[in-house]
Write a protein of this length. Structure first.
Length: 476
């Protein structure tokens, strides 16, 4: 592998491909001579490698198989749905994934990429290319939200595909050391690596500068990050710089500065979804959940493009006590994440809590059936036990709920330390609801060690506040 990379690097330097430019994606005709095409085929990173084509259309599969084989791919594997992709990724590695945006089933290519990126299922060296027939800028941005290495707009020719594949691997191999360090979270090494690469490959200056500055932020060097960004914003401001500076402001609790930056970014770049996401976070930190919810819902259909964002919408709706919207978003989260690693049992517990409060016990029971296909048996048993306690509390059987909760802790003492903070938060709410405040405070201490989200902190505060309020009423 190392020898191949060295040989490829020398070859790329000889042909001196230009840096990535999305505008060139529309050029349908290649001017390279035949001998250059053969050289690319002989030296391409796909030579002897495996590619995965994710598309349900047979004609497209065959066309891409022919084109990728001509680029040197040893084998081309096919998938038509997200579940098939997950099966393939569990058994082999791919040098390249070419994925159609519209897929079979209830998930699209963007949601697949979100899952792969969030859970680090892709090696840093695997290239992901999104294919879409949607030509509008907004849709392209939505597709690119979770950073595919490149995208193709249909229809495209073999020469266009060849050009994009070579560009992707040209960049990946030249900047491999920086990509690897970021992926492995060795942020202290990144600035030096990027500075060395900038001198060797100045055509990638913008990307390297962004990685270098981001490494300061990711290693909690907020003052250094701010200095770098302010200097760059004076020379050539870019939306990503404003966004990262706003993140620094948020970490430093400088909410007004963050608001000002993000208001400008959202106004001038309405399709920049990450800016709206962060703006909602800042507003929530200022205890303005209704405004945060409004910001996200103004995205329209794009607000539903990410499981992470849907979960945030659900949390915000819960925070302002809007059960109708809470149920809507939680149902979408559950359906979207079902049978994927993005599925979390606390989504089911949140929705179940709303149903039992409304007296809709049959709907709560149906959630158990949904969970069977997406969580392991241990998680299923835990969730079912917690849902039963929720039902007893809602029906006014506090003593019975308390007894069940004591038994729950006795039977699951070895499992509790492994639970996600979100699930522990649901368990904490049950404790304070049945006056097991000592256990509730223990859980609160355990949760806060994991840097809980704003949603979890709000739920913890609300549970404690309700408990104290009930205690005060009882004493009166």
């Amino acid at each position: 592998m190392k020898n191949l990379h060295v040989a490829l690097l020398k070859f790329m330097m000889q042909i001196d491909l230009p840096a990535d430019n999305p505008d060139t994606a529309a050029n349908e005709h290649s001017s390279k001579p035949d001998r250059m095409k053969q050289a690319v085929k002989d030296m391409t990173p796909l030579k002897g490698k495996t590619a995965l084509v994710v598309d349900s259309a047979l004609a497209t599969r065959r066309a891409l198989q022919d084109q990728l084989s001509q680029l040197g791919a040893k084998s081309v594997i096919f998938a038509s749905s997200v579940s098939e992709v997950e099966q393939h990724l569990g058994s082999r590695e791919f040098a390249l994934i070419v994925c159609e945006y519209q897929l079979e089933g209830d998930r699209n290519g963007q949601q697949l990429l979100e899952d792969l990126r969030v859970n680090k299922k892709l090696a840093w060296s695997t290239a992901f290319m999104m294919v879409t027939g949607e030509r509008s800028y907004g849709n392209v941005v939505a597709v690119a939200e979770f950073e595919p290495d490149d995208y193709l707009i249909k229809p495209f020719t073999a020469s266009t595909l060849s050009d994009r594949v070579v560009r992707i691997f040209n960049r990946k191999i030249r900047l491999a050391e920086a990509y690897r360090s970021m992926f492995e979270e060795r942020f202290q090494e990144v600035p030096g690596i990027c500075e060395d690469l900038e001198s060797r490959f100045p055509q990638y200056l913008n990307e390297l500068e962004r990685m270098r500055v981001e490494s300061f932020y990711r290693s909690a060097q907020y003052e250094k990050t701010e200095q770098e960004l302010l200097a760059k914003l004076e020379k050539a401001p870019k939306p990503w710089m404003q966004l990262l500076l706003a993140r620094v402001n948020l970490e430093k609790k400088q909410f007004e500065e963050a608001n000002e930056l993000l208001s400008e970014v959202v106004k001038t770049n309405p399709e920049y979804l990450a800016a709206s996401d962060l703006f909602a976070d800042v507003l929530w930190e200022q205890n303005r959940p209704a405004d945060a919810l409004d910001i996200l819902e103004k995205m329209g259909a794009k607000s539903l493009s990410s499981t992470t964002r849907l979960r945030k919408l659900a949390d915000l709706a819960v925070r302002i006590g809007d059960n109708t919207r809470s149920k809507n978003y939680l149902t979408k989260v559950i359906d979207r994440s079902r049978n994927t690693s993005l599925s979390q049992i606390h989504d089911y517990l949140q929705l179940s809590k709303i149903y039992v409060k409304e007296g809709r016990h049959e709907e709560a029971e149906k959630l158990t059936a949904k969970m069977r296909s997406t969580v392991n048996s241990t998680e299923l048993d835990l969730a079912r036990a917690m849902m039963a306690i929720q039902k007893d509390i809602a029906d006014g059987r506090g003593v019975k709920a308390s007894d069940k909760l004591v038994t729950f802790f006795e039977n699951n003492s070895d499992v509790l330390p492994t639970l996600e903070p979100e699930t522990l938060t649901s368990l904490l709410e049950l404790c304070f609801a049945v006056n097991m405040d000592t256990k509730g405070y223990e859980l609160a201490s355990q949760i806060t060690k994991h840097k809980p989200s704003k949603a979890m902190l709000d739920r913890i505060r609300a549970a404690i506040s309700d408990f104290k309020g009930n205690q005060g009423t009882a004493s009166d």
